[in-house]
Ligand binder design. Structure first.
Ligand SMILES: Cc1cc2nc3c(=O)[nH]c(=O)nc-3n(C[C@H](O)[C@H](O)[C@H](O)COP(=O)(O)OP(=O)(O)OC[C@H]3O[C@@H](n4cnc5c(N)ncnc54)[C@H](O)[C@@H]3O)c2cc1C
Length: 498
């Protein structure tokens, strides 16, 4: 009989890797299986914000907003390379939410969470402030507040790396087929490269996001107390709409809000939509009607209208939300529910319903609290003060680290040094190693991306295909041409053979 693990986690999105990391760091034997690539589903198609969620205040979601606001500072300190502060400009316009309401909401937002380093709200006169430059001239007042940006898929990969550093086994391209209780454990059948394998584990964690109910069925559980509601959300990417590092949060006439975010230097990211979804969530794409909706929503605020022809890339995902029976898609809670199915405290099955990227670390702590009764002697929480791989930047200062990198590796252009820092933090030095010339890094694919970096992604970050490399481990897909993509695919094919 195979060795019995303490925990098998199904799902390599943010919640699965977060739980695997927390559990492994407490000394449990853990394996995580992911049927595709890490972050191949919801966790790479978000708006990429570590945020309290200003608009959730209108729905009275104070617990969620409080937890999320406090997490901004915790996550910022743990991964200052891939997470950074962002100032949001919220212009006021007649006929929408009143100034008093916006001021009141932002006052709560400033004071509800444990805000230490992020600057608070200020009011600006848009007509004579750079933030007003791209906006239409009728707009006179804007409120400016803080939240954070995160490279969502990289957050997933770094959690997986840290889980592995604490002893967890991470197996991608491995699908859970079925699970059944045998004595006091789970017997799980997985499929890897077309082969069926058996894994035994005392605890099964179902962190399959939109597939959470499918996993319950595969484990022979027909009904769960909690249910899921799938809400589609899409984003468009257009050439950069303005200079400056600020983001905009724009109210729409349907009372929803749309974000316009600085993206990958040359672009602006615009999202999102909120559409109840019942179709196939394996192959999602934005609908033309969503593109039009987003263009229209932004064009009522910006001087230069955004039109569908401007769109250079788009992506879509479904939010796997806990169904609180709210009637409209936008009001469904963004909070999470952990459902424990346990028989006499043994062979527990913990399922994750809902949750945001922002709250993944606290969700993992709550998951461990729920499971603690079946884990005598379990160690206490540890992730609040731990850094993620590469996150040990001196003074949390990524630009200063990038300058040092460019000094020590003079062949690197400043932009390439910053890109490496923003992706790998202090691990950038491990990747560059003793290189003295660009040629020492092997073949260059363009945009400062080298064979050495590609090999790191394969060896250290579970990348297997060009899509893993270009759209999840990085967003180089936006910057590299067809020839570079073909060369990367060719290199990956050779790596696979060796
Ligand atoms: C449009 C949109 C915008 C968002 N914006 C934000 C934001 O700005 N900030 C924020 O905090 N949150 C945001 N969210 C929410 C956040 O992205 C999700 O809550 C989060 O990514 C869910 O992560 P997860 O790990 O639960 O699910 P997923 O990331 O979907 O991971 C589940 C994984 O399970 C795997 N899986 C499924 N079945 C099996 C099986 N049988 N065997 C093995 N593996 C399996 C899947 O392949 C998948 O990778 C947004 C969501 C959407 C859709």
């Amino acid at each position: 009989m195979s060795q019995i693990l303490d925990m098998l986690v199904v799902g390599g999105g943010i919640n699965g890797v977060g739980i695997a990391r927390d559990a492994a760091g407490r000394g449990l034997s853990v394996q995580l299986i992911e049927k595709g690539d890490l972050a191949c589903a919801t966790s790479s198609v978000s708006s990429k914000l570590i945020h309290g969620g200003l608009r959730y205040l209108e729905h009275g979601a104070f617990r969620l907003v409080h937890e999320a606001l406090a997490e901004r500072e915790v996550l910022l300190a743990s991964a200052p390379h891939i997470i950074w502060p962002l100032r949001f400009v919220l212009p006021h316009d007649r006929g929408l939410r009143s100034r008093a309401l916006l001021r009141f909401g932002l006052f709560i937002y400033d004071h509800l969470g444990d805000r230490r380093t992020l600057p608070g709200t200020e009011t600006v006169k848009l007509r004579n402030h750079p933030y007003g430059l791209p906006l239409q001239s009728r707009l006179t007042t804007g409120f400016v507040y803080s939240d954070c940006w995160v490279q969502d898929a990289r957050l997933v990969v770094l959690n997986a790396r840290d889980a592995a550093a604490h002893g967890a086994r991470i197996t991608t391209r491995t699908e859970m087929r079925s699970a059944q209780r045998v004595n006091n454990s789970w017997r799980i059948i997985v499929e890897q490269s077309g082969e069926a394998k058996e894994i035994m584990a005392r605890i099964l964690v179902n962190a399959a996001g939109p597939w959470v109910v499918d996993i319950l069925h595969r484990a022979g559980i027909a009904h769960s107390k909690a249910e899921i509601r799938l809400i589609k959300g899409s984003h468009i990417v257009v050439p950069r709409l303005y200079d400056g590092a600020q983001a905009y949060i724009l109210q729409n006439d349907d009372r929803r809000v749309i974000f316009v975010l600085p993206y990958e230097e040359k672009f602006s990211l615009i999202g999102t939509t909120d559409i109840p979804y019942a179709g196939d969530h394996e192959h999602l794409a934005i609908d033309p009607i969503e593109v039009e909706y987003l263009c229209r929503a932004v064009s009522r605020w910006f001087k230069k209208p955004v039109v569908p022809q401007d769109v250079v890339w788009s992506y879509a995902g479904v939010r796997p939300l806990y169904d609180d029976k709210e009637s409209d898609a936008e009001s469904v809670t963004r909070d999470y529910v952990l459902d424990l199915n346990a028989r006499d405290g043994t062979a527990s099955l913990l399922s994750v319903f809902g949750g945001k990227i922002t709250t993944y670390r606290r969700l993992a702590e709550h998951a461990m609290e729920k499971l603690a009764p079946s884990l005598p002697g379990l160690k206490g929480p540890w992730t609040a003060s731990a850094t993620l791989p590469g996150g040990d930047l001196p003074d949390h200062n990524a630009p200063a680290f990038a300058e040092g990198l460019a000094r020590d590796y003079p062949f690197l252009e400043a932009a390439a040094a910053l890109r490496l820092t923003r992706n790998y933090g202090t691990d950038a030095r491990r990747i560059l190693g003793t290189a003295r010339r660009a040629e020492d890094l092997g073949r260059g694919f363009g945009y400062g991306f080298s064979e050495r970096e590609l090999d790191w992604l394969v060896k250290e970050e579970w990348a297997r295909t060009s899509e893993d490399v270009l759209w999840r481990r990085s967003k180089l897909g936006l910057h590299l041409g067809r020839d570079a993509v073909a060369a990367i695919s060719g290199h990956l094919a050779v790596s696979k053979e060796n």
